[in-house]
Design a protein around this ligand. Sequence first.
Ligand code: PBG
Length: 327
Amino acid sequence: MVQRPRRLRSLQPLRAMVRETRLSKASLIYPVFVREGCGIAEEIASMPGQYRYSVDRLPAAVDRLLESGVDKIMLFGIPDCKDSLGSGAWDENGIAPRALRELKRRYPELYCIADVCLCEYTDHGHCGVLASDGRAIDNDKTLPLLAKSALAYVRAGADMVAPSDMMDGRVGAIRSLLDQSGCADVPIMSYAVKYSSSFYGPFREAAGSAPSFGDRKSYQMDYHNRREALKEALLDLDEGADIIMVKPALSYLDVLLAVSEAVNVPVAAYSVSGEYAMIKAAARAGYIDEAAAVCEAAVSVFRAGADMLITYFAPEIAGYINEGRIG
Ligand code: PBG
């Protein structure tokens, strides 16, 4: 018999019917940066089209997002004052809790995930506190600070917390403090599989969180390793993580596939700032078609096994789903 795979590729609506990967607006999460001040919507130079908003200007981002059909955000706070411990991270009147209270008051339907990390709040830019030698990161001293921060965000209205620091044991520390504090129902999305990546560059500019010395290689993963991803994912599940994240997305689709086959919880992928910046820059130079590239990249992440996607292109992808271009 002659094989003709092209038979199913011919025309819509057949092509759409035989798709193996389905996308839904319900699976999209949009990262939002909130900063101190008033009346500010400042474009991030390395991420054209993305802004740092003061609390009063957040509706500029959220109204557009909700209109596109996306109702979930990942919130990052950018404080004015930083110190060695990152104390702004757990201040109940710090930037993230104030933004969360305002968002939940104004948009009760908006699902708010709070990123939990110290790097935006420490003057040295590392994700944990420094040991007495002033250089190493003290893992175990960092854990209670992360847990306190997570609790402050939940008390301010966060629906979910997402620790991104990569300290060992932080999911367990956050879970037990939330449980002791009457917040047993709040899920944890763990940045369980987070590689040390050049693709975070634009984010660090956006959040002013580049480390002032050294790098993050002593806590973020080495990109040569895939088995280690399974170890991190399984450890975090054991500590009580509800959702496992793989980050970045595009250079790690093999890892995403392996993790999604190894765990029995939902898996998230984070398409990071550098992935956004590359597509934007190439499209602006006229080298690629932005919409086509965004669609292809987004579908690849779901094809590799992700159940949800955190992306700066969330409103655009929702638009492409609305138009029937993908989905
Ligand atoms: C904080 C954090 C980072 C990102 C998310 N949470 C930066 C980092 O680890 O340096 C990166 C997100 C992005 O690049 O879009 N630890």
